[in-house]
Design a protein around this ligand. Structure first.
Ligand code: HEM
Length: 132
C-alpha cells in the first residue's frame, strides 16, 4: 500500500508539472483553448496528489533521511513544503483569473505560479530519490 501511494503520488505530481510546462508552450504558440485544457488537467492532477499525500501521511510516519547530504536534503524538503503550501492559493487564484477572463492580471501572476509549481514537482521527485 505504501509503495502504491508513493508511486501514484510521483506520477500525479510529475505529470502535473509536465502539463504546466506544456501549457506554457501552448500559450506561447497562441493556443488558448489547449492552454486552458492543459492547465486545468494539471490542477486536477495536483489536487489528486494532495489527497494522496494526506492519505499517506495520515497512515504512515514520515520516512527518515539516512544519507550524508542532510543540509541539502532539508533545504530541498523545507523549500518544497513551504512552496507547495504557497502554491495552493496561488494556483486557485491563477485558475480563477483565467476562467473569469481577467487576462491582464492572469498574465502578471501566472508566471510566478508556473515557476513555483514546477519547482514543487521537481523537488518532489528529488525528495523521493534522496529517500530511496
Ligand atoms: C495553473 C493554471 C495556469 C497557469 C500556471 C497559467 C499560466 C499562464 C502564463 C504564464 C501566461 C502568460 C504567457 C505569456 O505572457 O507569454 C498565461 C496566459 C494566458 N492564460 Fe493561463 N495559466 C493557467 C490557467 C489558465 C486558465 C484556466 C485559463 C482559462 C481560460 C487561461 C487562459 C490564459 C490566456 C487566454 C492567456 C493569454 C493572456 C493574454 O495574452 O492576454 N490560463 N497563462
Amino acid at each position: 500500500m505504501y509503495e502504491v501511494l508513493t508511486l501514484l503520488s510521483l506520477i500525479t505530481i510529475g505529470l502535473s508539472g509536465l502539463l504546466i510546462l506544456t501549457g506554457l508552450v501552448l500559450i506561447k504558440l497562441g493556443k488558448r483553448e489547449w492552454h486552458k485544457k492543459a492547465m486545468l488537467t494539471a490542477s486536477f492532477l495536483a489536487l489528486i496528489f494532495v489527497i494522496l499525500y494526506l492519505i499517506k501521511s495520515s497512515i504512515y510516519p514520515p520516512k527518515k533521511y539516512m544519507g550524508e547530504h542532510k543540509e541539502l536534503y532539508f533545504f530541498i524538503l523545507w523549500s518544497h513544503t513551504i512552496l507547495a503550501i504557497i502554491n495552493f492559493p496561488l494556483a486557485v487564484y491563477t485558475v480563477y483569473l483565467g476562467l473569469k477572463e481577467k487576462f491582464e492580471k492572469h498574465r502578471k501572476i501566472a508566471p510566478i505560479t508556473a515557476m513555483v509549481w514546477i519547482y514543487v514537482a521537481v523537488t518532489g521527485w528529488m525528495i523521493y530519490f534522496f529517500l530511496h
